[in-house]
Design a protein around this ligand. Structure first.
Ligand code: CAA
Length: 260
């Protein structure tokens, strides 16, 4: 039986997809500390389950998440924020090895945009709006916004979004390279699940190592990144799936993945 949470809902989709729904609709899924704890628990539980090959996180049509919960920060001082160390939770999600797809509809703002960017791919509904509006409440992004947004969309647009708080539409996000695809709101979750199904139909160890290698491109030199990629490539030759995949190709049949 799936465990139950207060602020999120989890479910299985087929044999290999774990879903997480943010479930604080009354505050547009604002990410309070308790929600982040539940997210960390759900992500790490899925990540430890060999049957789960892809994770899909979503909110509702109106909001993926409208940011960190402002009510929890309004009275805090620097020392309290430092000791609270809330972004340690985000680091845990960053280390999840299972590929993650975010299905975004409505607002993905502040920490909501940062959470979507922490995922590996984003499927957006036509109504999705992405933004880093923290400056409008006197602060700035704190969960990776200045770094991941800049890497995703480039300096010009990132600077504009971070300095003015302007939200961008789903199509602007698509043009800027922030999201993978934009689809009608009625099907955004189905499309995200279909993308997750496609990832889940791949050999899982190769998918994990490939994810790790792509992410490495963001925090290392080309030289070290290439070395890292090469080691992972060689490592896959110890898996049964690599031999099955190549053999199946040569025998002109579909491969049967063992996940080993
Ligand atoms: N934290 C706490 N509560 C929030 C919230 C947030 N980030 N975003 C929305 N809510 C609450 C509202 O206070 C409101 O609650 P009440 O009904 O009790 O008044 C409810 O959600 C609905 O919101 P609105 O009435 O404001 O809805 P709207 O449709 O008029 O506006 C919005 C939508 C433009 C998204 C607006 O809610 C908004 O600007 N939200 C704040 C966005 C923001 O600043 N996010 C950044 C937070 S800081 C951060 O994320 C730091 C970081 O880097 C980690």
């Amino acid at each position: 039986m799936e465990r139950t949470y207060q602020f999120i809902r989890i479910a299985r989709h087929g044999d290999h997809i774990g879903t997480i729904q943010l479930n604080r609709p009354e505050v547009l899924n604002a990410l309070n500390l308790a929600t982040m704890d539940e997210l960390v628990d759900a992500f790490t539980t899925y990540d430890a389950d060999p049957a789960i090959r892809c994770i899909v996180i979503y909110g509702n049509e109106k909001a993926f998440a409208a940011g960190a919960d402002i009510t929890e920060m309004a009275e805090a001082d620097s020392v309290e924020m430092l000791l609270r160390d809330q972004f340690r939770k985000w680091d845990t999600i960053r280390r999840v090895k299972t590929p993650i797809v975010a299905a975004v509809s409505g607002y993905a703002l502040g920490g909501g945009c940062e959470l979507a960017m922490l995922c590996d791919m984003i499927v957006a509904s036509e109504t999705a709006r992405f933004g880093q509006p923290e400056i409008k409440i006197g602060v700035m992004p704190g969960a990776g916004g200045t770094q991941r947004l800049t890497r995703a969309v480039g300096k010009a647009l990132a600077m504009e979004m971070v300095l003015t708080g302007r939200m961008i539409s789903a199509y602007e996000a698509l043009r800027a390279g922030l999201v993978n695809k934009v689809v009608p709101v009625e099907v955004y979750l189905d499309e995200a699940l279909a993308l997750a199904d496609e990832v889940a139909s791949m050999p899982p160890i190769a998918a994990r190592l490939a994810k790790e290698s792509v992410l490495r491109a963001f925090d290392t030199t080309l030289e070290i990144g290439l070395e890292y990629e090469r080691k992972n490539f060689y490592l896959l030759f110890s898996t049964e799936d690599a031999h099955e995949g190549m053999k199946a190709f040569l025998e002109k049949r579909q491969p049967k993945w063992q996940g080993q």
